[in-house]
Write a protein that binds this ligand. Structure first.
Ligand code: NG6
Ligand code: CA
Length: 512
């Protein structure tokens, strides 16, 4: 063969390899996006973030193949506000979003655009599977009828929900607009004021309980676990907590399979590792830490199942997985499940102070991983980012314009940071607890809180960070927030306090 024709044929071969249909299919399509959103998972709870008492190989694989963040934050140290911000791109305080009871109305106005709605407008199939905790219905939800508005009215095509938290009634799944497996002859009534119906509560003698609970968690007993609030009826619809990983994984996998040929957005909100921790028998005893440790292993298994499904369908390459948590960790949160006694050397908060409910760093600094084999070069990132930024960042990625001035008002485009192309991050970041904090670089200011915290919070063994005087920390030298520098550096504290009040008064979609 002459040299020129050899080169010509080599070129043809190369061209046919690079244009093979499989590759073209994968990358020509917009990427799928899955948020795996864990409940109450702390910065130090994963082996890829330094844990040794529990192994999380599936999440570790995401970290090893993606961008692993060291300074990424949920927007608040409790669930409802963080979820509200994640979905709307607005800080939760703008809508007074706080932890909701299980019969609260939907707190996202259906007029408000959500990240799901943004994906949907761009041709994505959208779903939420798992914990909701953003309210349902107008007024009280109609558990025996059509439950709306809910996720389907705010941008999701499909929903399969734990309506609030697993420790709150009603203990039933809601699929789209209806309770699953409801017997209409046994209608559901819910009360957060007083006992209703004849089912036992955790306060009664002789009732079988899988774990002892505090007063607030001693309402109606379902599946051997007493809950917050009371319910009657709905017996055929009761969930079994131990089945969560299997059922939710199945629902998420079905959604992925049914939408394998078009881009999809799945918000997969796991109930682990929130209380009550009742892991499936498959995971019981898999750590020496009791149910909390075993629930971490269970959560890792669920993550692995999603990965396996994506690989099976040949979708892994072009699916972005964002893995994170809605607030920091807590050991005992209403149930005596040995989380505290079995903790050993494990440090759920890593080296940070506080945890769930806290204004200190461990309240909002959570494990965060972005995984996208097709486009991401694995690395660690110390960029300062917030989950409130996901809205604008993913809008940028898929070419959606944010036109309405009410939409995603606090969300910054952090796409380059999420994909590991930049470590610049935010200049300022807000952390919401029962007070407000602001970060600028490694400086952290916690606003004073005059009102006493609610009695249930005061009873908890939590470092809330709530003080009547302001606090200032230099996290570069003092990551554990031990030395309040306000009296040494009053000017610095004042500048941060002013910046905080400016952001609180007027949102901005751009760095100042
Ligand atoms: C608190 C509950 C707690 C948990 C939390 C919500 C009491 C005493 N405690 O009010 O058990 O359910 O709300 O957790 O009622 S979160 O992760 O959804 O924010
Ligand atoms: Ca939570």
């Amino acid at each position: 063969m002459k040299k020129t024709s050899f080169l010509f044929y080599s070129f043809l071969i190369l061209l046919s390899v690079s244009c093979s249909p499989k590759k073209e299919d994968q990358t020509a399509k917009k990427p799928n996006v899955i948020f795996i959103y864990v409940d109450d998972l702390g910065y130090g709870d994963l082996s890829c973030y330094g844990a040794t008492a529990v192994q999380t190989p599936n999440v570790d694989a995401l970290a090893a193949g993606g961008i692993q963040f060291t300074d990424a934050h949920c927007s608040a140290s409790t669930c409802t506000p963080s979820r509200y911000s994640l979905l709307t791109g607005n800080y939760a305080f703008r809508n007074n979003a706080a932890i909701l009871p299980g019969d609260a109305p939907l707190i996202i106005n259906p007029e408000q655009e959500t990240i799901a709605g943004m994906f949907k407008k761009q041709g994505y199939a959208t779903a939420v599977v798992g914990k909701w905790h953003l309210g349902l219905g107008n007024g009280s939800p109609d558990w025996n009828g059509v439950i709306k508005p809910g996720p389907l009215e705010v941008g999701f095509d499909y929903s399969f929900l734990i309506p609030a938290t697993a420790d709150r009634v009603p203990t039933v799944f809601v699929e789209n607009h209806n309770v699953v497996n409801l017997d209409t002859h046994d209608p559901i009534t819910v009360s957060y004021d007083e006992k209703i119906g004849s089912d036992p509560t955790g306060m009664e003698d002789e009732v079988f309980l899988k774990m002892i609970a505090d007063k607030q968690h001693s309402g109606t007993v379902v599946n051997g676990i007493s809950r917050i609030g009371y319910m009657s009826g709905g017996h055929s619809a009761y969930w079994k907590d131990e089945d969560f990983p299997v059922i939710l994984t199945k629902k998420a996998s079905n959604f992925i399979s049914s939408n394998k040929d078009k881009p999809f957005f799945l918000y997969f909100a796991l109930p682990d590792i929130h209380v009550p921790r009742a892991p499936n028998e498959k995971f019981v005893g898999s750590t020496n830490m009791g149910p909390r440790g075993d629930a971490i292993v269970q959560m890792d298994w669920v993550t692995g199942q999603i990965m396996t499904k994506l690989k099976e369908l040949d979708l892994a390459e072009n699916t972005i997985i964002v893995f994170s948590s809605d607030n920091g960790p807590i050991l005992e949160d209403g149930y005596a499940d040995q989380a505290l006694t079995n903790i050993g050397s494990h440090r759920p908060t890593g080296n940070f102070k506080g945890g769930k409910y806290s204004a200190y760093e461990a309240g909002t600094r959570v494990p965060t991983i972005v995984y996208w084999p097709a486009k991401i070069k694995p690395s660690k990132s110390n960029a300062l980012i917030s989950q409130v930024d996901f809205f604008a960042s993913f809008a940028k990625l898929i070419g959606a314009k944010i036109e309405n001035k009410e939409t995603a008002v606090d969300s910054f485009d952090m796409l380059d940071e999420l994909l590991g192309k930049s470590q610049k991050g935010r200049q300022y970041l807000i952390e919401e607890a029962f007070t407000m904090s602001i970060r600028k670089g490694n400086w952290k200011y916690i606003a004073p809180q005059i009102q006493p915290s609610s009695p249930w919070l005061a009873d908890k063994n939590v470092l809330t960070g709530l003080q009547e005087t302001p606090q200032l920390y230099d996290l570069s030298k003092d990551p554990a927030e031990k030395h309040n520098l306000v009296s040494k550096m009053p000017g610095k504290a004042k500048i941060l306090a002013l910046e905080l009040s400016k952001i609180m008064k007027a949102p901005s979609r751009k760095q100042q």
